[in-house]
Write a protein that binds this ligand. Structure first.
Ligand SMILES: [Zn+2]
Length: 300
């Protein structure tokens, strides 16, 4: 297992009181160090702006650069001097993890997150769609079919948007009912097509209920689609103490993330598929490291 990480990810500043802040990665790295976990690290890949056009419009990239240079933006998506540069590095981190998966499972420990960024819009703390960029890049060369499994609490509206008409990608998302939380206007089962499957989970669902839904649906879809590559958008904001809007999905036991990872690893191994993961949400610093390691340790 390899973790793709750079201290430069701390340079994207979001201002006081923002839940998506550098402390998230600091907390995870601290947990790994304090527990003497034998982790092998790797650096993100440096990518060019042009490479991003595979999932984002050129004008959108220019706009992000302008907003970053002039430090505009506010609310969910503030822009600091380094925001564009670091968002690009995060996309390169996701790609590095996808490349590493040829040999071993790899987790891109990156920020800012990406799954709410569409071809031409940012939102929900996301600027560039890291997992979409990594997946689309792999489809250019190394694989023919890929599955993206999204276990963040929120629907990955950006990822769905980018791959909505691309049958090479099966997007399977498990998320809280969007009638009750962000992104509010997408993630409903009525949006599903042959290769886009939204699984709406009711607020208040806990570990056993979540695992039952996840296991049944994931095993069924992954075996029907038979991807060569599985990318996982991992958000730990499903944890019961996490920042969220009121009544939410409540995973109460860190070990549940290990079980989720284990199910993914088992099916990937059976199918001979490569697997990688990228960090999306997860804001409760108290258990972020523990939850992260619980997921990762399901993989060899
Ligand atoms: Zn989320």
């Amino acid at each position: 297992m390899k973790i793709v990480y750079s201290e430069r990810f701390l340079e994207h500043e979001t201002g006081p009181g923002h839940p998506e802040n550098p402390q998230r990665l600091i907390a995870i790295i601290r947990y790994l160090k304090e527990n003497n976990l034998a982790v092998s690290f790797d650096k993100p890949k440096e990518i060019s702006e042009r490479e991003l056009y595979i999932v984002h419009d050129e004008e959108y990239i220019e706009r992000l650069k302008f907003l970053s240079d002039t430090q505009q933006g506010a609310g969910d998506n503030p822009f600091s001097m380094n925001t564009f540069k670091i968002a690009k590095l995060a996309a390169g981190g996701a790609l590095k993890a996808a490349e590493n998966s040829k040999k071993e499972f790899s987790f891109a420990l990156i920020r800012p997150p990406g799954h709410h960024a569409s071809r031409n819009a940012f939102g929900g703390f996301c600027y560039l769609n890291n997992i979409a960029f990594a997946t689309a890049s792999m489809l250019k060369s190394e694989v023919k079919k890929a599955m993206i499994v999204d276990i963040d609490q929120h629907h990955g509206n950006g990822t769905q948007d980018i791959f909505y008409d691309d049958r090479r990608v099966f997007y399977l998302s498990f998320h809280q009912d969007p009638n009750t939380c962000f992104p509010w206007n997408s993630g409903f089962e009525r949006e599903n097509n042959e290769h886009i499957h939204n699984v709406v989970i009711q607020p208040g669902t806990k570990d056993a209920g979540y695992l039952k839904i996840f296991e049944e649906k994931f095993r069924k879809d992954v075996n029907a689609f038979k991807p060569e590559l599985i990318g996982v958008s991992v958000g730990f904001d499903t944890f019961y103490r996490d920042y969220s809007c009121g009544n939410a999905i409540d995973i109460e036991d860190s070990a549940t993330y290990n079980r989720i990872g284990g199910i993914i690893q088992e099916e990937a191994e059976k199918l001979g598929a490569r697997a990688f993961a990228v960090l999306e949400g997860g804001y409760y610093l108290g258990t972020l490291g523990q939850n992260f390691w619980s997921f990762c340790s399901a993989f060899p």
